[in-house]
Design a protein around this ligand. Sequence first.
Ligand code: NAI
Ligand code: COI
Ligand code: MG
Length: 372
Amino acid sequence: MASNRKMLVLGGDGIGPEVVKEVLRVVDWMAKKRSVSFDLQEGLVGGAAYDKHGTPLTDETLADAVDSDAVLFGAVGGTQYDDLPFEVKPERGLLRLRKEMDLFANLRPAMVFDAMADASSLKRDLVSGLDIMILRELTGGVYFGQPRGIDDLPDGTKKGYDTQVYTTPEIERIGRVAFDLARKRDGRVTSVEKANVMMSGVLWREVMTNLHKAEGEGVVLDHMYADNCAMQLVRNPKQFDVIVTDNLFGDILSDCAAMLTGSLGMLPSASLGAVDEVTGKRHALYEPVHGSAPDIAGKGIANPIAEMLSFAMALRYSFDMGEEADMLEQAIQNVLKSGLRTADIMQDGMARVSTTVMTDSLLKELDKLVSG
Ligand SMILES: NC(=O)C1=CN([C@@H]2O[C@H](COP(=O)(O)OP(=O)(O)OC[C@H]3O[C@@H](n4cnc5c(N)ncnc54)[C@H](O)[C@@H]3O)[C@@H](O)[C@H]2O)C=CC1
Ligand SMILES: CC(C)CC(=O)C(=O)O
Ligand SMILES: [Mg+2]
């Protein structure tokens, strides 16, 4: 059934298609049990697109992504692509999507479900009830800065280099998102950089400080160096509310935060563009924080929860379906409470289940929630 909820599904590589497939079962459930349908289109990205088209992202798929209300993304990459030229590696497909859709704001919430407080790398009291938001700038910094390359040097050795660049408008726009998020949460923003050693960090701190003076009403801002932030995240994560940081630090700190929640398989994300003033819409792509996990791909053991929670974020941010998002999150909470665990979050006394069985149980919990 066609609907105006256009969602482009890009499973990608490795466990990407495996976890996306599980979300599509929830999409089916919503059509059957809630009469909510999505206009789904599927496409190739990453190594899968390279294998078929010789590029990790075709112009047609990019156009479909731009035209959609939301992209549901799995993951890209794999060891079989290690020897490809840099510009056609699977990861370039995702980076191009982020850049060309101008998805500058990457929201990576790290929340500890009640049933998971003992699965964390930290002691229960340090993480129980944890709810922090890592806001990662996604279209600038060293992932895109020029020049970069590998040059031959006269002495026969080589020089590899990348460039970290941030401009005032780039920092301001992510700073505004941080303040907006904080106002809906606990009102605290920690801006993270390395202003002690990087000029881009000096500018970042200066711009955030000025923005806070001009537009930061109701928000408490503090600054922290990225290395200290990594340590503080595992020392006392509850000190944070919103962490706003650049592309590279955000990538690293969010993988670190994953272990507070129990596993990388638990962490969702939303990559959002600016809201169009005329249509009120924005480009959006929903992706788990994890990658294609080649070490477990094809074994049927990947944790689908990060992808499920990413879809919940799509329901909330792109489809104005907060009730369904809450329901999906509640169902996940209930499944975890019932003691089911995929291998990555396995604990003593719990029952180990496959990717598919985890979703079977999730669907049963959704059934229970709608039947009252
Ligand atoms: N957004 C994306 O598409 C990303 C892609 N990558 C790519 O993925 C490939 C593998 O990268 P890695 O560094 O190994 O990172 P990874 O995130 O794929 O895996 C790291 C570890 O976490 C585990 N893991 C990840 N997701 C899991 C899940 N849902 N359930 C259970 N266990 C899970 C893996 O088994 C592995 O041991 C590389 O090609 C990398 O470039 C990496 C990160 C993000
Ligand atoms: C392009 C991705 C492979 C980089 C990454 O690790 C991420 O965005 O989380
Ligand atoms: Mg990453």
